[in-house]
Design a protein around this ligand. Structure first.
Ligand code: NAD
Length: 320
């Protein structure tokens, strides 16, 4: 087959809703030349490969196949979306216990099959699973095990702000950091439009930001996942695009600043946990982490998020 897409090989573990959405957007992007789909449910991975391949006549051709871990050899990036979703009545710790077990099985196989690949994790709870995975893959250079973190939350935050001001979300420099979950933190003190702090900014619709609007925008950003799950059981398109954006930065060595999570190793006072901060992402994964000059309450919330997740991980370890 003629392969005329981009350059680069991408592996994908977990071809459920999130994995398939990422695969579908990768195929349309023309970024990669090869995609390998792996799933515990082999038939599902095969079915996804067939369905995607049948659209190949309409995009820039690339190679897509399903297979075992050995097919991941020489991948540039391996994206992991495998694992369980939270079921009604299930606690986060239950979900963590389940998915930690899944990752303990997956990560050594990925590293063995493709030792030079960047490992990009989307499975929840993404922060703790990234920390666990980085420890399992400790021989990999720092920055090679990363999570999609709060990139999706940042996109949601900008969307909500854009909607409020009637402004293109891409014109809004605003970041959510810390946990992809209940301990999300909005870095309000640094948010700006063209350098104008949001407190001094008036949108094209004449609106300025007040306390009530800030609370509403933040709540809707943090709770977006719950709101969607209530309506359609799971969320997948926007996380698929978030993963695509990270993979683009890696394959094209773009040195893009984005909020992803990785082991912080003392940054902003957090050790032994992965949380999101804006980071420079390129061919080597996370190449630099930006220690934001947060205000006092944001920094306290960031550090508190780290402690909550460390406690949760310790609880899991204690339970085993
Ligand atoms: P899904 O149930 O549709 O798919 C999960 C897939 O993982 C299934 O195909 C299953 O067979 C596979 N799987 C399970 N165990 C496996 C193993 N040991 N090896 C290989 N494959 C295995 O779930 P989904 O909706 O695609 O969600 C996947 C994960 O992504 C969930 O943990 C979800 O919470 C998370 N998620 C993360 C974000 C984010 O922003 N990080 C957003 C949405 C969803």
């Amino acid at each position: 087959m003629i392969v005329e897409g981009g350059k680069g090989k991408v592996g994908l573990i977990g071809t459920g809703m999130v994995g398939a959405s990422f695969a579908y957007s990768l195929m349309q992007s023309g970024l990669a030349s090869e995609l390998v789909l792996v799933d515990l449910d082999e038939a599902r991975a095969e079915g996804e490969a067939m369905d995607l391949n049948h659209g190949m006549a309409f995009v820039r051709p690339m190679r897509i196949e399903a297979g075992g871990y050995e097919r991941l050899a020489n991948s540039d990036v391996v994206v992991i979306c495998a694992g369980a979703n939270q079921r009604p009545g299930e606690t986060r710790l239950d979900l963590l216990a389940k998915n930690a077990g899944v990752f303990e099985a997956i990560i050594p196989k990925v590293v063995a099959a493709s030792p030079d690949a960047i490992i990009l994790i989307a499975t929840n709870p993404v922060d703790i699973l990234t920390e666990i995975s980085a420890k399992i893959a400790k021989k990999l250079p720092h920055g090679r095990v990363i999570g999609s973190g709060t990139l999706l939350d940042t996109a949601r935050f900008r969307f909500k702000l854009g909607e409020y001001y009637d402004l293109d979300p891409r014109s809004i420099n605003a970041w959510t950091i810390a946990e992809h979950g209940d301990n999300l933190v909005a870095a309000w003190s640094l948010a700006n439009v063209a350098g104008l702090p949001l407190k001094d900014f008036r949108g094209p619709n004449g609106k300025i930001l007040d306390q009530a609007a800030m609370q509403d925008i933040f709540d809707r950003t943090r709770n977006a996942g719950y709101e969607i799950i209530q309506r359609k059981q799971s969320t997948y398109y926007a996380i698929g695009l978030s993963l695509l954006r990270i993979v683009e930065a890696i394959l094209r060595d773009q040195h893009t600043v984005m909020t992803v999570n990785m082991p912080l190793e003392g940054r902003l006072g957090v050790t032994d946990m992965s949380l999101s901060l804006p980071a420079v992402v390129g061919r080597n994964g996370v190449e630099e982490v930006l220690e934001l000059p947060l205000d006092k309450s944001e920094l306290a919330a960031f550090q508190a998020a780290g402690q909550v997740l460390k406690d949760r991980l310790a609880e899991l370890t204690g339970k085993r």
